[in-house]
Design a protein around this ligand. Structure first.
Ligand code: SF4
Length: 247
């Protein structure tokens, strides 16, 4: 039977019963409490109270999309870098990329276009991906520690990185890459929460929330120091290719 019809029938029967009892002169029906062990435990007031500023629980890995995260970021003003930006550089690439690159922050070209790694350093990164790894750039995901350009391309300050990193962590959780490459000292240090120099971090995998993370040189450094930078980057990227091919 349709539950709505069943409920309507029950209401009709109850109404008829009450009318019948009223016709007998019964003004009130006795209250019958359920047995004590059938009653729900009272909940302490403290547990019933809703905290005024309850933080939004962090979503579990893979439970939100990049679009959700972008919408939540909005016209972000969570740190002082908002004041000098032309565009927020959210990140771009395949939403289920196996390989993710993380730089430190947008430069002038990226700020103008609202896209990561589009200047000279970006052209070199594209070469590394397309010619070295032999993968279309669109198959990777590319983002930065901070999404707004620091003035004079300085390193992001700790409070700026602290404001922006939660969004990057959520992007990583949404994409769930098999390998992350941290481009340069700043990205590696913020992602791994360490002050160790890049020389001590690069050329081996670290753990980032269960994902292998390879620190390597930033493409801008490679442009300035081609001899050391190209050789070192290629040594690191070969380990990344081996890792991607292993599973
Ligand atoms: S750098 Fe990040 S936290 Fe700061 S304003 Fe830009 S998007 Fe917001």
């Amino acid at each position: 039977m349709d539950p709505r019809l069943e409920l309507a029938d029950l209401a009709r029967q109850t109404r008829d019963y009450l009318r019948y009892m009223a016709s007998l002169g019964v003004a009130r029906l006795p209250r019958v409490d359920p047995p004590a062990d059938a009653r729900p435990e009272p909940v302490p007031d403290a547990l019933n109270a809703t905290p005024i500023d309850a933080p939004t629980p962090a979503p579990a890995a893979g439970t939100e999309t990049l679009e959700d995260i972008r919408a939540d970021l909005g016209d972000c003003r969570r740190c002082p870098l908002a004041a000098g930006r032309a565009h927020i550089v959210f990140g771009e690439g395949h939403p289920r990329a196996g390989l993710m690159f993380v730089g430190e922050g947008p430069g002038r070209d990226e700020d103008m276009q609202g896209r990561p790694f589009v200047g000279r350093a970006g052209a070199l990164l594209t070469d590394i991906i397309v010619k070295g790894i032999q993968m279309p750039r669109e198959d990777c995901y590319i983002a930065n520690v901070v999404k707004c350009r620091p003035p004079e391309n300085r390193d992001p300050l700790p409070d700026e990185a602290a404001a922006c990193l939660p969004f990057l962590r959520r992007q990583i959780a949404a994409v769930r890459p098999r390998v992350i490459v941290a481009l340069g000292r700043v990205a590696a240090q913020y992602l791994l929460d360490t002050q160790a120099p890049l020389a001590k971090l690069r050329h081996r995998f670290h753990d980032f929330q269960g994902i292998p993370l390879m620190p390597t040189y930033h493409p801008a450094y490679v442009l300035r120091n081609p001899t050391v930078g190209r050789r070192g980057t290629w040594e690191d990227i070969k380990l990344v290719i081996d890792r991607l091919n292993r599973d």
